[in-house]
Design a protein around this ligand. Structure first.
Ligand code: HEM
Length: 195
């Protein structure tokens, strides 16, 4: 029974960490001072790593717990778990999305090496999978959680959803101007809203 509680607690901590990391990530392009940007990035990455550690613990406890028959295969392959297959399957898809987002974060340099504009765009699309992972994590938690419906889990899910949504709205409203070269090769700033 202890493992069952630990598994659920780790799932909730992972969700809180991913929501914070997604919120910080969404706010990374709102025009920070270079020094602040560095600190912001450090915080974003550290909290994402914390989330991955708790996700790993969550999954280890899921497999170790004997009250639900979930194998390593069921953790890795979506919708194959005998316990709440749909809701647990959403967790598996969220897990792969989060892992892909983390891998793209670590390999960002290789995306930007050649043509920076295309590389940057491709990287943003790939790393943007983290939004899907975050949203699916919330859906998975709400649909599988034994405690869903209690005031404290409702508060947790609402806070997680609001943190990400508020950051996304702020990002959209305070987008940095795009840096482009004009006809004479001079650097020009173009408001994204005008293109
Ligand atoms: C990004 C990935 C994931 C996150 C953030 C996450 C988070 C959560 C959260 C917040 C809960 C609810 C805790 C509670 O209120 O009791 C939960 C429950 C659970 N999760 Fe995950 N999870 C993820 C992936 C997975 C995967 C891949 C599996 C297994 C295939 C899994 C299996 C479970 C199970 C069995 C429960 C317990 C359901 C119950 O209480 O009856 N999770 N998870």
């Amino acid at each position: 029974m202890t493992i069952w509680y630990l598994m659920r607690a780790c799932g909730l901590v992972a969700l809180l960490a991913f929501s914070t990391a997604v919120g910080l990530g969404a706010l990374s392009t709102v025009g920070w001072h270079p020094e602040r940007r560095l600190l912001h990035q450090l915080l974003h990455r550290s909290i994402a790593v914390l989330g991955l550690i708790f996700l790993l613990l969550h999954l280890t406890f899921v497999v170790l717990d004997s009250s639900v028959p979930i194998s390593v295969r069921a953790v890795l392959v979506p919708f194959t778990a005998p316990y709440r297959p749909l809701a647990v399957g959403l967790g598996t898809i969220a897990m792969w999305a989060v892992v892909l987002a983390a891998l793209s974060g670590w390999t960002r340099g290789s995306f930007l090496r050649n043509s920076s504009e295309t590389g940057e765009r491709t990287w943003r699309v790939v790393h943007g999978i983290s939004y899907a992972g975050w949203a699916l994590s919330i859906a998975h938690g709400v649909l599988t959680g034994t405690d869903t419906g209690t005031w404290w889990t409702t508060l947790t899910y609402v806070l997680c959803a609001m943190a990400g949504a508020a950051a996304l709205v702020t990002r959209w409203r305070r987008r940095e101007p795009r840096r482009v070269l004009d006809r004479r090769g001079h650097l020009a700033l173009v408001d994204r809203g005008t293109r």
